[in-house]
Ligand binder design. Structure first.
Ligand code: B1M
Length: 222
C-alpha cells in the first residue's frame, strides 16, 4: 500500500487526530490523520482510495479490536475522531457526487432517550465503513424518522435505545415504519436491546456493537 495511506491508516487505528494531538504518546509531534489526508489529496490520491484503502480498513481493525475487548470506548472514540478529521477533507468530494458511497444510513436515539455515546460510535464506524450517515440525534420521535426516510428513499434505518422505558418507543417507531415502508431495512441496538426483542418488534437486525452494524450494512450491499 502507498506509504501515505499506510500512515493514515495507522493514525486512525491508534487515534492520532492531528499534529497537535498528544495521543497516542509514541506519535507525539507527528502529522495526524488530518494533515496526512490533506497531503494525500494534494498529491493526487483520489478520495475513494483514501476511504477504501486507509480509513475503512483501519476502522474495521478498530471495530474488531473493540468487539474482542482489546480496546475500550476511549480508544474507539479517539479512532473515530481521527477518522472524522480525515473525513472532513474527503466530504466535499463525496457531497459533490464525484465519489460514490455505499448507501445512506439514517440513525437516531429513540424518543425520550438522551443517550448518544453508543449511537455516535455506531454512526462514526458506519461512516468510516463508506456509508453516508444522516444522524438525527437524540430524542427522535417517529415523525422525524418518517420524514428522513421519505427524504432519503432506500436508506437503511438504525434505532438506538439505552433505557428499558424507551425500548417501548423503539417498538412504536418500528411499527410505524413497517406500516408505510415494508421492505425497508431496520437495524436496532443499545444496551438493553436483544436479538429476541428485535425479532419481537419486527426489526431486521440487532447488533450489540458498531462492528456488527457495519458488517450487517456491508452484507446488504454485497
Ligand atoms: Co444514563 N442510564 N440515564 N445517562 N447512563 C444508563 C443507560 C443506566 C444503565 C445507568 C444505570 O442505572 N446503571 C440507566 C438505564 C437503566 C435502564 O433503563 N435499564 C440510566 C438511567 C436510568 C438514566 C436516567 C433515567 C437517570 C436519571 O435521570 N434518573 C437519565 C435518562 C435521561 C434520558 O435519556 N431521558 C440518564 C441520563 C444519562 C446522562 C445524560 C447523564 C448520560 C448520557 C450522556 C450521553 O449519552 N451524551 C448517561 C450515561 C453516560 C449513562 C451510562 C453511565 C453510560 C452509557 C454509555 O454511554 N455507555 C449508562 C450506564 C452504563 O452503561 N454503564 C447509563 C457507553 C456506550 C459506548 O455504550 O450506549 O451501550 P452503549 O452503546 C454500545 C452498544 O449498546 C451498541 O454500540 C455501542 C458501542 O458498543 N449500540 C448500538 C448502541 N446503540 C446502537 C445502535 C445500533 C447498534 C449498536 O444500531 C442502530
Amino acid at each position: 500500500m502507498n506509504d501515505i495511506l499506510t500512515r493514515i491508516s495507522r493514525c486512525v487505528e491508534f487515534g492520532k487526530i492531528d499534529k497537535t494531538s498528544p495521543y497516542p504518546p509514541d506519535m507525539k509531534g507527528q502529522d495526524g490523520a488530518d494533515e496526512l489526508a490533506k497531503q494525500a489529496l494534494d498529491s493526487g490520491i483520489k478520495p475513494d482510495q483514501i476511504l477504501e484503502n486507509a480509513l475503512i480498513p483501519a476502522m474495521a481493525i478498530v471495530g474488531h479490536k473493540f468487539s474482542r475487548k482489546e480496546i475500550y470506548v476511549p480508544q474507539m472514540l479517539m479512532a473515530a475522531k481521527s477518522m472524522s478529521s480525515a473525513m472532513k477533507h474527503l466530504k466535499p468530494f463525496f457531497q459533490s457526487g464525484e465519489t460514490k458511497r455505499k448507501g445512506k444510513f439514517i440513525v437516531g436515539t429513540v424518543a425520550g432517550d438522551l443517550h448518544d455515546i453508543g449511537k455516535n460510535l455506531v454512526a462514526m464506524m458506519i461512516e468510516g465503513g463508506g456509508w453516508e450517515v444522516i444522524d438525527l440525534g437524540v430524542d427522535v420521535g417517529t415523525d422525524k424518522f418518517m420524514k428522513a426516510i421519505e427524504e432519503n428513499p432506500g436508506a437503511v434505518v438504525g434505532l438506538s435505545a439505552l433505557l428499558t422505558t424507551t425500548m417501548e418507543n423503539m417498538k412504536k417507531t418500528v411499527a410505524a415504519i413497517r406500516e408505510k415502508h415494508q421492505g425497508l431495512r431496520i437495524l436496532v441496538g443499545g444496551a438493553p436491546v436483544t436479538m429476541e426483542y428485535c425479532e419481537k418488534i419486527g426489526a431486521d437486525f440487532y447488533s450489540p456493537d458498531p462492528q456488527g452494524a457495519v458488517n450487517y450494512l456491508n452484507q446488504i450491499v454485497s
